[in-house]
Every structure is written in structure tokens, then in C-alpha cells.
Design a protein around this ligand. Structure first.
Ligand code: GLU
Length: 469
């Protein structure tokens, strides 16, 4: 297993990349550190006993504000993990040009062991602790979902904030990943998985990259393995399936399933919901050990659950040509070294899973503008397109078919705009990182190239803002 802490692993990747930059060592040191660390304990009444809950919020960087990052509920949450995840958020936001500093929060609990009522109490109490210390707000620090949390928790956070800050006009922007009915944005739920898909599709569309890996260009027909069927894994798998790839193995903590034919993701999801397990899916082979699926022979392996799943112990047995890090930190530095030697292309987490925070940014902008995307221009665009089409038909004397007519006339709705904004973001980021990698052949891997891009952007912010004398 890894001898490094998670934050240590992030620092190690940072140091490796820093060598390819020209920043002053002091600036590099400042970028690397976590600026503010808030560790808290608070009591919550669970049934007739009082439980002391341990929780954190770390703001890694203030080179841009607000700070941004999810809140995780898991027993494994600890300070080292939250610091590492907050740092990754800084680099992630920089790479996809989301103008936020990185942050992360976590509560050290197993959410499955609590009722919804108790979870609500814990979430509200955590939020009020953040408010007391000014660690939340649309201009200071904006949480979002992460492992173990979702729209429901974000709505509780919003409601607690609203009740303690009545009349604050931009209050809706204090948290993202909210239900659509509470100021959320369409497309946020699937955003991370969709971003993973857009990013990997762009890599697969690069002929030189694919040739080096001995693969054909394009996503169609690629054999995919996905570990973790949570929000991110489920949506990544689904978008690959829709694009004509074959998802041949799916892993969850109870085990994994394999089928050379490829799975229908929704059918597997329903099966798991009905039977309580991914195993025994009709026509599929069971793997008792979930980790065995990671070693299955495939084109693209997508770890989409927790950190450190590919490490010094199993990296040698990985049989994928590309690894798409949908989770945060699924590979340890030892695994990275082994995989570089094996010629596997590792598409790094801090850019590949940035779809979530990118769409969070869109949600935050929506909250500050107080208007749904598309509301102002949808009808206008449709009327304009109707007129253009009418003129074309009049001038040519020919009629456009029904399907083409619908496509041409369609004015943008919120989901259309969010999807296209995300697609543009992921494609540009992929190209920027690849360009960096190509421009400096000494850069050993894509992760290092991504860090160099991120360090340069954060470094520029510090250099231009100046350091207080
Ligand atoms: N928790 C997600 C991440 O790790 C999303 C963060 C956000 O939307 O602020 O990127």
C-alpha cells in the first residue's frame, strides 16, 4: 500500500511538475500550502444520546474567491484527505478556467448508519458552524456535493444559510448541486460523468495519441471497465454506452460483473436496486472480489469511487491502455510510476473530473444573475430561425424535412447551454494539457502536464496580484 499520505501524494505530483515551471520557490511554496484549515467538533443528539461529530473545511487557496469544493460524508474522512482534496480543487478549477480557489469539506460519519432526520440535523449543525466562522457564503466559500452527499444535503445547507442570513440577495449562490427547484441548474447531476466522457472522447479523438497506444481513433467500440456505480460512475458509463462503446465490466463494493457483450447500464442499475447487489446479473460473470475488475483486460479503465484503489500492490496487473481518473486520487504515486513504465496513458483526475465544478460554476452564475439560462433568448432564437427557414424555403421553392426543421428551429434551453459550455470547457482543457505535454518532451506524463498548466495559472494570479510587503 501507499507509504505516502494523500496530501503527500498531491505534494509529490506538485513538486514533480514545479520543476518544469520558472516560478520563484516562495510562490511555489505558497501555492502548495492549504491557506485555512478549520477542524471542528460539535455535538448532535442522536436518539437519546449525544454524539460528538468530527468535521472539517479546508480552503486551500484564495488566489481567486470564492473558494469552491464539495463536502464528503464518509468514515474515512480525515484532515489529510480533506487537505488533499482541497488542493486538487485549486488545480482543477485553474485547469478548466473556473475562477475559484480550491476548498473541501468533510464529516467523518457513515451516512448509511443514520436516518434522514439525523443526517439533516448533522448537516444543519455543520452548516451553522461554517457560518459562524465565515467559511460559507456566495462570495467566500461555496460547498457542493461529493462522496456520500447529494442534492438533498445541499438543500439543507441552503435552508440553514437562508435562515441565518435573511435578506441576503445572492444567498442562493452559497452552495451548488442543489435541486433544480431550489436554484440548481439542469445538467449538474450528470455533469461530472459527462465531463469524464467529453474529456476521454477528446483524448480518443487525437490520432497521434491513439496511434502511440496502438488504438484506433474514436470512442465507438472501445471496451470500458467502470469501478463504482455512484453518480459519477453511473453517468460516465451511460454516456460511453450511448456513444457506442461497450461497458464490459462494472464493479461495486459487493463485487463485480463482466460481460464481453457490454452492459445496458440502466438495466444493471435497476437490477442492483431490486436485488440489493450488482452480482448475478443475467448473462454476466461474477467476480467475487470487486478489485479483480480493475485488472480485467480493456481499452479504458475508469475508477470512479475513492482514492488509492490502484496502488503499488496491483498496478503491475492493470491491463488497460487508458485509465480515466473519474474519482479523486484513485492512483497512488507508486501506481503512477509503474503505469508510466507500462506505457498506460493516465488521464488525471484534477482535470478529467472537473465537469462537476464547471457546472457548479454555471449554477453559481445562474444564482447571481437570478434568471434561468435560455429564458431570455429561447423564443427569440426560435422566431429568428423560423423566419430564416421560411425565407430559405421561399427562395429555393423546397421544403425542409420535419426532423431537420425541428433541429434548426430549436432555441437553446438551460440543459443545452450547460452541456455545450461543459463540452467546450473539457475539450479546451484537454487540448491545453496535451499542448503543454508536447511542447516539453521531458514532462513524463499527462498528470505532470496538467499540474504545470495549473501551477502556471495560479502562479500568474499571485504574480499579478502582488504579495503584500
Ligand atoms: N465534489 C466535486 C469535485 O470534487 C464537485 C465540487 C464542486 O462542484 O464544487 O470536483
Amino acid at each position: 500500500m501507499s507509504e505516502y499520505s494523500f496530501f503527500g501524494a498531491v505534494e509529490k505530483s506538485f513538486d514533480r511538475a514545479a520543476k518544469f515551471t520558472t516560478w520563484d520557490p516562495g510562490i511555489l511554496e505558497q501555492i502548495k500550502q492549504c491557506n485555512s484549515v478549520y477542524r471542528m467538533h460539535f455535538p448532535v443528539k442522536i436518539g437519546d444520546r449525544i454524539e460528538v461529530i468530527k468535521a472539517y473545511r479546508v480552503q486551500h487557496s484564495h488566489h481567486k474567491t470564492p473558494c469552491k469544493g464539495g463536502i464528503r460524508f464518509a468514515t474515512s474522512v480525515n484532515l489529510d484527505e480533506v487537505m488533499a482534496l482541497a488542493a486538487l480543487m485549486t488545480y482543477k478549477c485553474a485547469i478548466v478556467n473556473v475562477p475559484f480557489g480550491g476548498a473541501k469539506g468533510g464529516i467523518s460519519i457513515d451516512p448509511k448508519k443514520y436516518t434522514a432526520y439525523d443526517l439533516e440535523k448533522i448537516t444543519r449543525r455543520y452548516t451553522s458552524e461554517l457560518i459562524k466562522k465565515n467559511f460559507i457564503g456566495p462570495g467566500t466559500d461555496v460547498p457542493a456535493p461529493d462522496y456520500g452527499t447529494g442534492e438533498r444535503e445541499m438543500a439543507w445547507i441552503l435552508d440553514t444559510y437562508l435562515s441565518m442570513r435573511p435578506g441576503e440577495v445572492d444567498a442562493l449562490g452559497c452552495v451548488t448541486g442543489k435541486p433544480i427547484t431550489q436554484g440548481g441548474v439542469r445538467g449538474r447531476r450528470e455533469a461530472t460523468g459527462l465531463g469524464v466522457f467529453y474529456g476521454l472522447r477528446e483524448v480518443c479523438n487525437m490520432p497521434d495519441v491513439m496511434e502511440k497506444l496502438g488504438m484506433t481513433t474514436g470512442v465507438e467500440g472501445k471496451r470500458i471497465v467502470v469501478q463504482g456505480l455512484g453518480n459519477v460512475g453511473y453517468h460516465s458509463a451511460k454516456f460511453f454506452q450511448e456513444a457506442g462503446a461497450k461497458v464490459i465490466a462494472l464493479a461495486e463494493y459487493e463485487g463485480a460483473i463482466y460481460s464481453e457483450k457490454g452492459f445496458d447500464i440502466d438495466a444493471v442499475f435497476q437490477h442492483r436496486k431490486k436485488t440489493g447487489s450488482i452480482l448475478n446479473f443475467p448473462g454476466a460473470k461474477n467476480f467475487d472480489k470487486s478489485a479483480d475488475a480493475l485488472e480485467a483486460e480493456c481499452d479504458i479503465l475508469i475508477p470512479a469511487a475513492l482514492e488509492n484503489v490502484i496502488n503499488g500492490d496491483n498496478a503491475e496487473r492493470i491491463n488497460a491502455k487508458i485509465i480515466g481518473e473519474a474519482a479523486n486520487g484513485p492512483l497512488t504515486p507508486e501506481a503512477d510510476e509503474v503505469l508510466i513504465k507500462k506505457g498506460v496513458l493516465v488521464v488525471p483526475d484534477m482535470y478529467l473530473n472537473a465537469g462537476g465544478v464547471t457546472v457548479s460554476y454555471f449554477e453559481w452564475l445562474k444564482n447571481l444573475s437570478h434568471v434561468r439560462y435560455g429564458r431570455m433568448e429561447k423564443r427569440f432564437t426560435e422566431n429568428l430561425n423560423t423566419n430564416i427557414l421560411g425565407q430559405m424555403e421561399y427562395l429555393t421553392g423546397k421544403k425542409v424535412g420535419t426532423k431537420a426543421r425541428e433541429a434548426i428551429m430549436h432555441g437553446p434551453e438551460e440543459a443545452d447551454l450547460v452541456y455545450s459550455g461543459l463540452e467546450e470547457t473539457m475539450i479546451s482543457a484537454t487540448r491545453e494539457i496535451m499542448e503543454m505535454w508536447k511542447s516539453n518532451p521531458a514532462i513524463p506524463d499527462m498528470r505532470t502536464a496538467a499540474y504545470v498548466v495549473a501551477i502556471n495559472k495560479v502562479g500568474t494570479a499571485y504574480a499579478e496580484l502582488g504579495i503584500f510587503p
